[in-house]
Every structure is written in C-alpha cells, then in structure tokens.
Design a protein around this ligand. Structure first.
Ligand code: SF4
Length: 381
C-alpha cells in the first residue's frame, strides 16, 4: 500500500497564439518554436533540480499542464516535460494528468501524442459557443471549431474532459448564455467550469469599455446567469463541488481540489505558484528573468512561510469555496484551536445574514452565500 503523502504538480506554459481581449494571465502571444524550446529546456532543468527536494518523499497523484495555451507548443515538448517529471518524481499509475487546450490548436496527431505521454484528462477553453461572444473575448476559435475540437478529443479516446465557460461578458444576453449551457449539457463532458468574467484593468476589453465601445455587463444578469448555470447543470446530473465547478459524480478534479483543500503542490515555470509543507512560494513572473536565471534560486520571485494565522485564514476562505465547506472539528484537529472561539462573532453574523449555514460541525455557503462569496471571504481576511 502506498503510504506516501500526496503531491500535485502544476506546469505553466506561458505561450498563446495571441492574447485574448480580457486576458491578464502571465501569457505571451509568441509563436516562435525556438522560444518554446528554450523555455521547455528551462522547465526541464527546474523539474530535474527537484531531485533532492523533500517532495521526493511524496507520490504525485495529479499533474496539471496549464497556461497560457499548452496546446500552442509542439506536442513533443509536452512529452519531454512529462518524461522529466516521470524521471524525477514518484508518480502514481492512476495520477490525474490534465492538459489545457484551446480549440483552435489541436489536431488528431497532437492528441495522439498527448495520450501516449500519459495525459488522461483535457480541459478545453471553449468559453462560449456564440460567435459574437467569442469575438468580444478575442478568442482565436469559432463556435464551430470548439464543437469540432470536442469531437476530436472524444475520437482520440479522452474520456475525462472539462469544458470552460464564461458568463457576464459584455454584449452577452441571458438567451445566449442559456444556449451555451444547453450546448455544454448536450456535449456531456465529465466536468464543467463556469466563471463570471472579471474585467481587469489595462486589458483591451477594459479599454473598450472605457471608450464606450462595449456595454458593461449587468450585475443582476451576471448573478442570474450564475444561478441558472448551477440549476441547469444540477438538473443534468452534474454535482457542483466548488463555487464555479461541477462534475459528473466521482469526477471532480483531483488537482483543483488540492488548491481549495490546502494540499501540497509544486509549480514549475514562469509565475508558477507552490504550496508545500506550509510554505507558499512563486517563481518570477518576468519571462526574460525566468529564462535567464542561473540555477533554480534565480527563478524564485517570492517565498513566504505561512504563519499559523495565515494558514487558518486560508483554510477558511479556500475551504468555503467547496460546496461541502469546512469542518470545524477538522479545524480544531489541524490547528489545535477552537474555530468558534476565534471566528464565532463574524461567523454567527454571516449565518444571521443568510450567507453561511451550519450542520453539525460542517459550515458552508448558502445559495445566497455562493452569490456573495467575496463578502463572506472578506470577513476572514
Ligand atoms: S488563451 Fe487563455 S492565457 Fe492565452 S491569451 Fe487567451 S485567456 Fe490568456
């Protein structure tokens, strides 16, 4: 029996075909194979350098290749990265291995290579099946290409697929969102993520809003769209397990749950974050610095040992993102402190406002609390 502690690995590929209008992630619209190769060589160096790291006492049960657009680089590079992981970490045979793909960047050959590299889960950034909405978002693919890409995933044998959707997009109507929900249900992926679009300062979409070229999304519509998605996906048999994520029974993402459960994970690549044995650390988000760094020390941007109170706060607001919420008995076992003595006043107020509900030792967001989660989280920061 494997008694090793579990570990997740996140691998960041920062390249995209071009930037979407809303994107403020660490990603670069650079379509130069030589740059991609240089970056992957650095990544492999970073992964290999962990050989003597305490993480070798762990077994890896999830790997997530995210971005950026991992499918925008040559699939052989993804194989090289995973080979480096397999050599340097003890990976479980049943590990969940996910790659994010953009519908405009996959074909049967790349999918064949992913599968032979051990990838068993694909997260497809469809975002919408409405062409006008896709244009507002500046996506590189059409709705038709998203359908076709999904068909290619199934044909290639992937039986664990996530579809990413977005709502609260300027110009998006409740009718078009309803169609997106219906389409996602009809395609029947194992997992669906649905996020309200945050319009970040400095992005082309934020500038278009400032110039009055697009209408700001209506906040009430945004919440109605959220509720509609939760209800429709539930009716279709999906189990919501986090504010913005639902899955067919038993198919919640092993990797994503680590973030909300404060389990250990290590991140590799530019801007990648880690949480390991009580330390939070991140690599530099400056690509030239990452590429030019000598040794892994030069890649590090920020390291912080979480204090006990940091850990307690994070345990609460990350844990409350899960639909099951947090267990106040587990809180006591983990921190040796009584949850109600420390956070009783604010928690009782939130229960009184109908944002939290308690059942035995379990504390979770109500339906209203799911709508206003940020209001709840602010109380614990
Ligand atoms: S594909 Fe994702 S990471 Fe790349 S530009 Fe678009 S939103 Fe950003």
């Amino acid at each position: 029996m494997n008694t090793k502690k579990k570990l997740g690995l996140y691998i960041h590929i920062p390249y995209c075909v071009r930037k979407c209008s809303y994107c403020d992630f660490v990603s670069f619209g650079i379509d130069e194979p030589a740059m991609h190769e240089a970056y992957v060589n650095k990544l492999i160096y970073e992964i290999s350098h962990k050989r003597d790291h305490p993480s070798n006492d762990y077994s890896v049960n999830s790997i997530y290749i995210g971005g950026g657009t991992p499918s925008a680089v040559a699939p052989g590079l993804i194989t090289e990265i995973l080979d480096a992981v397999y050599v340097n970490f003890s990976c479980e045979a049943s590990a969940e291995i996910t790659i994010e793909v953009n519908p405009g960047t996959i074909n049967s050959e790349s999918l064949r290579i992913y599968r032979s590299s051990g990838i068993n889960r694909v997260s497809m950034g469809a975002q919408s099946f409405d062409n006008a909405t896709l244009r507002t978002l500046g996506r590189i693919h059409s709705a038709k290409e998203a359908y076709e890409a999904y068909g290619k995933l199934r044909k290639a044998g992937f039986d664990n697929v996530n579809i990413d959707l977005m709502f609260g997009i300027p110009g998006q109507t409740r009718g078009s969102w309803e169609k997106d929900i219906e389409t996602a249900i009809r395609l029947s992926p194992e997992h669906i993520s649905y996020y309200s679009l945050g319009i970040e300062e400095g992005t082309p979409l934020a500038c278009a809003l400032e110039r009055g070229e697009v209408e700001p999304p209506d906040q009430i519509d945004d919440r109605l769209m959220y509720r509609q998605a939760c209800a429709e996906f539930e009716r279709a048999g999906y189990v919501q397990y986090e504010i913005s994520n639902c899955a067919k029974p038993g198919l919640a993402s092993v990797h994503n749950l680590k973030y909300w459960s404060m389990d250990d994970y290590l991140g590799f690549g530019v801007a990648a974050h880690s949480y390991f044995e009580g330390y939070r650390f991140s690599n530099t988000s400056d690509l030239p610095s990452y590429l030019g760094s000598i040794g892994t020390g030069g890649m590090l941007g920020h390291t912080q040992k979480n204090s006990r109170s940091d850990d307690m706060q994070e345990y609460i607001w990350l844990g409350l993102r899960r639909i099951t919420g947090i267990d106040t008995g587990d809180f006591k076992a983990k921190f040796g402190a009584d949850f109600w003595e420390l956070y009783g006043d604010e928690t009782k107020t939130l229960i009184g406002r109908g944002l939290l509900e308690q059942e035995n030792e379990q504390l979770r967001l109500t339906k209203l609390g799911l709508d206003l989660a940020n209001v709840v989280f602010r109380e614990y920061v």
